[in-house]
Design a protein around this ligand. Structure first.
Ligand code: SAM
Length: 227
């Protein structure tokens, strides 16, 4: 289990040019298969468990930020039992193509081409806003826009659910973790050094649920909009 740090920032200053969150080309075309491979086949079991941890109720409305190929949305749908609504937002051409093909003709799942780091039109409509392995890839200023978009989109009692890297000190982490982060988006290092729960509190969220995975390096952090 990694140690939490109170460090709010790392020494380096990051810019949008450091981001690798827009998945393109070969990686986008084979995204699901690559995730299965790099996790040695663990990913399908892991993500199923995470979707159970979302505590989805029949009929829920769910907004997904950075919906990718739509794989996670298909798992969420199994908990809706044929009622509810899921909207996935993405900007990657290939990701949009795969997700739209997956849900072509689906009665209540739609995929929209929208940036999540700009003001979104949704207001008080959703029970859950979900974002997985996307938030770390933005500079802090844009992460704040995303947090505000989630707060605005949720109805009172709704939850913003973030699946991403936990907070930890990279420099003192095992070799394997440091190697993974060398290949990761540089902004992931900045993200792991920040107090995400504190950032969410500053923007109105409370009643947190925390569930950790992969020896604590991955965290599902659910935050409620109670007001
Ligand atoms: C690392 S992938 C994660 C995909 C998916 N959430 C998952 O867990 O499988 C990041 C996703 O975020 C999308 N993305 C990147 N920047 C975005 C933006 N500004 N607005 C919406 N989606 C974005 C990418 O196209 C890609 O599908």
């Amino acid at each position: 289990m990694p140690e939490n740090t109170d460090e709010k920032t790392t020494e380096r200053t990051y810019t949008r040019a450091d981001s690798k969150v827009e998945v393109k080309g070969f990686e986008a075309r084979h995204y699901d298969m690559m995730l299965n491979t790099v996790t040695l086949g663990a990913y399908p079991f892991f993500i199923r468990k995470v979707v159970r941890e979302m505590q989805i109720q029949t009929g829920n409305s769910i907004l997904v930020f950075g919906s990718g190929t739509g794989r996670n949305l298909a798992l969420m749908d199994q908990h809706l039992s044929g009622e509810g609504r899921i909207i996935g937002l993405d900007i990657g051409e290939e990701m949009l193509r795969q997700a739209r093909r997956r849900f072509d003709g689906h009665p209540y799942i739609s995929i929209e081409n929208r940036r999540i780091d700009e003001d979104l039109p949704y207001q008080g409509e959703f029970d859950k806003v979900f974002i997985s392995f996307v938030l770390h890839g933005f500079i802090q200023e844009d992460r704040v826009v995303i947090i505000k978009n989630a707060f605005k989109a949720l109805r009172p009692g709704g939850e913003f659910i973030i699946l991403d890297y936990n907070e930890f000190e990279l420099a003192s982490s095992p070799w394997l973790i440091r190697s993974i982060f060398k290949m990761e988006c540089p902004l992931a290092t900045d993200f792991a050094g920040r107090d995400l729960q504190g950032n969410l509190e500053e923007h109105g969220f409370d009643e947190f649920r925390v569930l950790t995975h992969f020896r604590g390096y991955i965290r599902l952090l659910a935050a409620k909009k109670t007001a």
